[in-house]
Write a protein that binds this ligand. Structure first.
Ligand SMILES: NC(=O)c1ccc[n+]([C@@H]2O[C@H](COP(=O)([O-])OP(=O)(O)OC[C@H]3O[C@@H](n4cnc5c(N)ncnc54)[C@H](OP(=O)(O)O)[C@@H]3O)[C@@H](O)[C@H]2O)c1
Length: 242
């Protein structure tokens, strides 16, 4: 069992915590005793997820937040600050995709993917950065994808958004690593979540990672010795990509 620093309860904000990898990450941080903010767009699901954490003795705050909305992200940050103070850990996880050829990808789909996966990470990071710099500490986990470093057919917009977010993150890390802030890039391969259609999940169930695998890895990275950080980690199914 991982133990936290004595007499300090970290505040962890996970975006896209209604389901999938984000929910698993929120649960994993709650289990080790952190105060967890679960954000996303499905209010009732957030309430249910937070309720389960609270029922098990943990602390959870469900907050509506569409990461594509600058004013929405600012408002959420104001609520968090008022209720819990500074954020110690941000997990940029909210993400979307379409499995579509370049030709068939619409401008609306492209905009939604880039607004969520790239601009959303920028907005949420900006929201926490000033107070992290003030505190001279903080963790920012960015959930990218192996698609940031490998391209797959029918995923060009997704790959572009993830590669952009990875570059954004690397740029940020260079600026803040000497100021006590750890920016950790997580690149998972295929994980069994609703991001994939049912037939794919059924076909590749035994090969795919589970959301809890990613969550456990992230909590372990959070609990690394003070003198150490992991800049980038690739987490793939044993057999590789699907
Ligand atoms: N599954 C994989 O194989 C895989 C592999 C590598 C990386 N990833 C990445 O892992 C992250 C989580 O994906 P997942 O597989 O867990 O997918 P998922 O089950 O579809 O969950 C996506 C989450 O993102 C939230 N979300 C989407 N758009 C949002 C927005 N505009 N504002 C706020 N929240 C939003 C969704 O919540 P609401 O719809 O309720 O808002 C949901 O909680 C994504 O960044 C994805 O790219 C996934």
């Amino acid at each position: 069992m991982i133990e936290l620093e004595k007499n300090y309860i970290p505040v962890v904000w996970v975006t896209g915590a209604t389901k999938g990898i984000g929910l698993a990450i929120a649960n994993a941080f709650a289990v080790i005793g952190c105060k967890v903010i679960l954000s996303g767009r499905n209010r009732s699901q957030l309430e249910i997820n937070a309720g389960k954490i609270i029922d098990q003795g943990g602390y959870a705050l469900p907050l509506f937040c569409d990461v594509t909305s600058e004013t929405g992200v600012r408002a959420v940050m104001a609520t968090i600050t008022k209720k819990l103070g500074a954020v110690d850990v941000l997990v940029n996880n909210a993400g979307v995709t379409v499995f579509e050829s370049f030709e068939k990808t619409t401008v609306k789909e492209f905009d939604q993917i880039v607004d969520t996966n790239l601009r959303g990470y920028f907005l949420c990071t900006k929201a926490v950065l000033t107070s992290m710099l003030k505190q001279k500490k903080g963790h920012i986990f960015n959930i990218h994808s192996v698609s940031a470093i490998t391209t797959f057919n029918n995923s060009a917009a997704y790959s572009a958004s993830k590669a952009g977010a990875l570059a954004l993150s690397k740029g940020l890390r260079g600026e803040v690593r000497k100021k006590g802030i750890r920016v950790i890039d997580v690149l998972p391969g295929a994980v069994e979540t609703e991001m994939w259609g049912k037939p794919i999940r059924k076909k590749y169930h035994s090969k795919m990672l589970q959301p809890e695998d990613i969550a456990d890895a992230i909590v372990s990275l959070y609990c690394q010795p003070q003198r150490m950080t992991t800049d980038e980690i690739v987490l793939r199914p044993v057999e590789g990509d699907l």
